[in-house]
Design a binder for this molecule. Structure first.
Ligand code: NDP
Length: 329
């Protein structure tokens, strides 16, 4: 079997998730990690994997079939993906939904110029949730879409709390409102406000002597992040935070509720749900499947930017068409 040689750029939570996923796929071989930090300071989980400076990436174009970009969506990927899509086949998890069309255009130009394939915005949302929305919309053109997230950790909201004066550490959970979920699952197609869909739970470690009431007020009134939600704030010790909130779970449900029949008398509810113990390990596993597809598309002579919408499902699998038809159809 010819293995797909994987490189990882950026070694945070997601980089480690991709590394662990490579171990579970015999047709993928992790050949190198690249980091913007001092390579000597980055210790991979896997013995023997080389760590190089991101500055040396261009010297490794012949060693890597697909470079998986594991930087952050806010600042890293808008620069890194277009910069490397001309040199390598690449996969990223860019998740700033509103900016996906602009990111696609930038990456598409670079990938076409370099004759490479780039898969952007892979993961679970965007990614597997996007596919669930697309399939259900194709099948049920008359209906309504709902996405519920959680219960899960939002890194962005946790970071926003940590920036408040007097906060030493924090973990924020996004939680779907059970009554809203029940109503959607029952096919009632409710109109839901932001507040009616999700609540936010904040576990906060305060610095000694901090004004707890002021911290709570700053959180629940924070525009864009908390003001539109019912938010609860619980103050706990660092020890409790480390003990009870160290994981990065997430998940949620994409639901489409639609009608068919002569007079729309038949209701159908399509639900795709994920319950993830580790957001980065699951996301990393989606990225490696997309890397396999990117390598295949590249070998077929395709170039340019793709999303998961453009990848035929069988391309994600290490199994042959014959095996898939026998085992999963
Ligand atoms: P991290 O903050 O853990 O890592 C981001 C980058 O920070 C790393 O690639 C790393 O790059 C750099 N970094 C700098 N200092 C350190 C350090 N001390 N330890 C670790 N990393 C460091 O982010 P995540 O890996 O959790 O998430 C990356 C992105 O994945 C998110 O921004 C999000 O947009 C996306 N994502 C997408 C999902 C989807 O469904 N599409 C789901 C989940 C996440 P370097 O090694 O070069 O320094």
């Amino acid at each position: 079997m010819t293995k797909t040689r994987i490189g990882i750029l950026g070694y945070g939570n997601l980089g480690r998730g991709v590394e662990l996923s490579c171990r579970q796929n015999d047709d993928l071989e992790l050949v190198a990690l690249f980091t913007r930090r001092n390579p000597a300071s980055v210790k991979p989980l896997t013995e023997g994997v080389a760590v190089y400076s991101a500055d040396d990436l261009a010297a490794h174009v012949n060693d890597v079939d697909v470079l998986i970009l594991c930087g952050g969506s806010a600042r890293d990927l808008p620069e890194q993906t277009p910069a490397y899509a001309g040199l390598f086949n690449v996969v990223d998890s860019f998740d700033t939904h509103a900016n996906i069309p602009a990111h696609f255009a930038n990456v598409d130009a670079a990938a076409k110029e370099g004759g490479k394939v780039a898969v952007i915005s892979a993961g679970w949302d965007p990614g597997m949730f996007s596919l669930a929305r697309l399939y259900a919309n194709c099948i049920l053109p008359e209906g309504a879409d709902y996405t519920f997230w959680g219960r899960g950790v939002s890194q962005g909201h946790s970071d926003a709390i940590r920036r408040i004066e007097g906060v030493a550490d924090a973990r924020q959970y996004t939680v779907p409102v059970p009554a809203a979920l029940d109503s959607v699952r029952a096919g009632r197609n409710p109109q839901l406000t932001t507040r009616e869909k999700h609540t936010r739970e904040c576990f906060v470690v305060a610095e000694e002597g901090a004004d707890l009431a002021a911290i709570e007020k700053a959180i629940v009134e924070m525009p864009n992040y908390f003001a539109d939600y019912d938010t609860t704030v619980m103050f706990i010790s660092q020890e409790e935070l480390d003990r009870d909130h160290a994981g990065i779970p997430h998940g949620g449900s994409v639901i489409r509720s639609g009608l068919t029949g002569e007079n729309g008398e038949h209701r159908h509810v399509v639900e795709f749900s994920l319950k993830l113990d580790s957001n980065p390990e699951f996301t990393g596993s989606v990225l490696t499947a997309c890397a396999r597809a990117a390598h295949r598309l590249s070998r077929e002579g395709q170039t340019g930017c793709k999303t998961m919408f453009d990848i035929a499902p069988a391309y994600l699998s290490s199994k042959s068409g014959e095996e898939l038809r026998a085992e999963m159809l």
